[in-house]
Ligand binder design. Structure first.
Ligand code: 3PG
Length: 307
């Protein structure tokens, strides 16, 4: 009987776990749970006899893969798979997948929640600003970017996007103005929201050179990954541009410096929580479980992300 492990430092809502269990048990497999673990040792032990693994941002490195002797498939219930060592997966014959789009609306809603909070001065009762009529730049136009555009249009924002992997026509069909150069996106938009993955090309790619192009009243929103930010550049931007604000659900390493020196110009959630809604937990968790069953039963590798 196949064994599926859900290993989540940051657990899914219990209803999502019940739904995952149903998919897994209906297929005749067993489900094991490792939630809120704090030591890697616990993960290494738990993966020892499993055929399939479902994770969130949990690190699946070579050591974990070495310990998981029977593992055939690991599914990241979510979008970004920078937490999985894809090279090691391929070497070991393990299929790695993600569940694209399943938690994207939750991330987009959080980005807007932070934008509204900051536009209204942290709800301090003073005079704030509106989103209506402002320019929003989507740095990458994938699943989250698309939800951002829909919400932005509801707010009456003018929406732009830069994404070399998405056609101009696809953006225009959504009422989004395509930008050919990333610099133009930053030059045009009062709000820029990051939706790029963290990889060798994007790490530290958002620095002072790009941020400083933003017009007066610039707000950078990061619900992507902290690794994409060049934090030296971020601090320089805070120091040199009194109008600049930064919103993120991933606390930067330089958080203490920002908190001490630039009050009211930042907002950080205490934990990475873009995908923390019961809907997103359900969607991503169930999709992950189904993808595992479809992989074993039908050889379906549609969402495979390693070579
Ligand atoms: C993702 O890549 O899907 C999001 O960043 C959500 O990550 P999480 O599952 O760790 O909340």
């Amino acid at each position: 009987m196949k064994k599926v492990l859900v290993a989540t430092e940051k657990p899914f809502a219990s209803a999502a776990v019940a739904a995952i269990r149903k998919v897994v048990e209906d297929a005749g497999y067993t489900l094991a749970l490792l939630e809120k673990y704090t030591a890697k040792e616990d993960l290494l032990k738990a993966v020892a006899d499993v055929d399939a693994l479902i994770v969130r941002s949990d690190i699946v490195d070579r050591e974990v893969l070495d310990a998981a002797k029977n593992l055939k498939i690991v599914v990241r219930a979510g979008a970004g798979y920078d937490n999985i060592d894809l090279t090691a997966c391929t070497e070991k014959g393990v299929v790695a997948m993600n569940t694209p789009g399943q938690n994207s609306n939750a991330v987009a809603e959080l980005a807007f929640a932070m934008m509204l909070y900051m536009a209204r001065g942290g709800f301090d009762g003073g005079t704030g600003t509106e989103l209506r009529g402002k320019t929003l730049g989507l740095h990458a136009y994938g699943n989250v970017g698309k939800y951002m555009a829909k919400i932005a249009h509801g707010f009456g924002m003018e929406t732009y996007a830069f994404d070399p992997f998405v056609s101009k026509e696809a953006m225009e069909a959504d009422g989004v103005k395509p930008m050919e150069k990333v610099e133009d996106l930053y030059r045009t938009c009062q709000y820029v929201s990051l939706h790029i993955p963290a990889n060798e090309q994007t790490k530290k790619s958002i620095g002072f050179a790009l941020m400083s192009l933003m017009p007066k009243g610039a707000t950078l929103v990061n619900t992507a990954r902290k690794e994409v930010i060049d934090e030296e550049g971020l601090l320089k931007m805070f120091a040199e541009r009194a109008d600049f604000k930064y919103l993120s659900d991933i606390e930067p390493a330089c958080k203490a410096d920002i908190e001490a020196n630039y009050p009211k110009r930042f907002f950080f959630t205490p934990k990475k929580m873009g995908a923390q809604t019961s809907e997103a937990n359900n969607n991503a968790g169930i999709a992950a479980a189904r993808q595992i069953v479809d992989f074993f039963e039908k050889g379906d590798i549609r969402y495979k992300v390693n070579k």
